[in-house]
Design a protein around this ligand. Sequence first.
Ligand SMILES: N[C@@H](CCC(=O)N[C@@H](CS)C(=O)NCC(=O)O)C(=O)O
Length: 235
Amino acid sequence: MIDLHFTPTPNGQKISIALEELELPYRLISYDIFEGEQHTAEFGRINPNHKLPAIVDHDPPFGGGPHAVFESAAILQYLAEKTGRLLPADPRQRSVAIQWLTWQAANLGPMGGQAAHFTRYAREEIPYAINRYTSELTRLLTVLERRLGEAAFLGGEEYSIADIAVWPGRYMAPEAPEYPNTMRWRAAIAQRPAVIRGRDADKAVPPKYAQRRAVLTAEEWSNLFGERMLGAVRL
Ligand SMILES: N[C@@H](CCC(=O)N[C@@H](CS)C(=O)NCC(=O)O)C(=O)O
């Protein structure tokens, strides 16, 4: 059994989708990050970075008791290696898939996150920051579009954890006809039964997550971006 520590955002959905694809039994443990439920010492022992998602595998392939994994890309890789699925067996193709998985974790995820922060959550409108991060996001989406113009999936001809890493964020974004290859790839993956089940893993998505421009209370802001966030990692 695997415990999935989860919040209903694209990062969380990556893992619920992978677990559904791999038909691994899991228990969903939901967190309200606006309420600061990720800041407990107990969760810090599972993820020292205090962010969702994280998993605890009670039956790791190497034995020795429960194993905790944090960072969505590391979790995807762990699950693919545990099952021998969702990563190409061919070493060259596997290397390509790992490159795109890393590209999402190191580029698209963080830059998209900053673009969302400055357009949706920032307490003051800072045109320089909005321009910087939305330009970088546009550049990365263009890189994605070009890749999906030369191959069916990010790793090549095989659907893999690289696609699962990128898909939830692109699915949440509005339709973008200017990126036809990305839209074709997005629609194809959206039809997979496991993707539908994983995407809807927690139907009780708080409306706060879906707002175009989020209006947070002082406590919610502190939990996500202020003193309460810092307090969780201070010794
Ligand atoms: N690089 C991390 C990002 C995790 C992350 O930022 N998670 C967000 C939800 S999408 C979170 O837990 N936010 C709560 C907080 O920042 O306190 C991953 O890929 O797992």
